[in-house]
Design a protein around this ligand. Structure first.
Ligand SMILES: Nc1ncnc2c1ncn2[C@@H]1O[C@H](COP(=O)(O)OP(=O)(O)OP(=O)(O)O)[C@@H](O)[C@H]1O
Ligand SMILES: [Mg+2]
Length: 247
């Protein structure tokens, strides 16, 4: 594993009077797969959103690749740098409804990366094949299952060839029988070296792919470690309670 690609120190974020992130420190190495778990409201989504400036932060420092970013005062070029080196997969599938799945994947390549349509189409087809959607290129989202839509969203995120992909509970909106197909695709891409930061409560998936599991509790990282250690022998009481709850 290479050096740290992302380092966060002292990240704080309040919404009004509620302090949601109370000083988060996180290190992620290039290529690392980090799973974030923790109870509802502990700040997992807010943490991801603060990392790519979908949300402003009140305090903190982030090294992202070679950039040093004051999280309370993002510069335009910081935002551009982080956004062009990362992509995000949300709980809802967030495909554009008026575009086919192929057009959805091409859109970012053409609009954000300035790639010509013909080349963008080849790239998009390549990534849609990877997620098992080559038979569905011309389907609109409304004609796809939730699992297929989410696989399309993953193809769209990967086609931009980001250094880091953030996933925020990518399977939690899916019917149980569709969860596995999305997790399988994620396991496959995990083998390919992209850095992944994944909020999920899928313990089996975490055991299969995670280099590290991070537990959040009420705005802090309360415990982190290797999946085989932390998922079987948690030390922190909150981690124990949480794992019992989802078991
Ligand atoms: N835009 C917002 N305005 C006000 N409060 C917010 C906002 N976004 C999040 N919060 C609050 O911040 C806290 C943490 O929310 P967050 O979505 O980060 O939690 P989470 O760990 O992702 O939870 P879940 O597992 O339910 O997704 C919650 O109490 C939530 O109500
Ligand atoms: Mg969340």
């Amino acid at each position: 594993m290479k050096d740290d690609f992302i380092t966060i120190r002292g990240l704080k974020k309040s919404f009004g009077k509620n302090e949601i992130l109370k000083g988060v420190d996180l290190d992620v190495k290039e290529g690392e797969k980090v799973i974030i778990m923790g109870s509802s409201g502990s700040g997992k989504s807010t943490l991801l959103r603060c990392m790519n400036r979908l949300e402003t932060s009140d305090h903190g420092l982030m090294f992202f690749g070679e950039r040093q970013i004051d999280l309370a005062h993002w510069l335009k070029k910081d935002i551009k740098y982080v956004r062009s080196n990362s992509s995000m997969v949300f709980q809802g599938y967030n495909l554009f409804k008026h575009m086919t799945v192929l057009e959805n994947v091409m859109e970012g390549l053409v609009q954000c990366k300035g790639i010509k349509k013909l080349e963008a189409k080849d790239i998009a087809i390549h990534y849609l094949e990877k997620v098992g959607l080559s038979e569905r290129l011309d389907y609109y989202p409304s004609a796809l299952s939730g699992g297929q839509q989410q696989r399309g969203a993953i193809a769209r995120a990967l086609a931009l060839q980001p250094k880091v992909v953030f996933f925020d509970e990518p399977t939690s909106a899916l019917d149980p029988e569709l969860v596995a197909e999305v997790l399988n695709v994620m396991e496959k891409i995990a083998e390919e070296g992209v850095t992944m930061i994944v909020v999920t409560h899928e313990v089996g998936f975490a055991k299969n792919i995670a280099d590290r599991v991070v537990f959040m509790d009420r705005g802090y990282i309360c415990e982190e470690g290797r999946p085989d250690q932390i998922l079987r022998y948690p030390r922190n009481n909150r981690t124990k309670e949480f794992l019992n709850l989802i078991a």
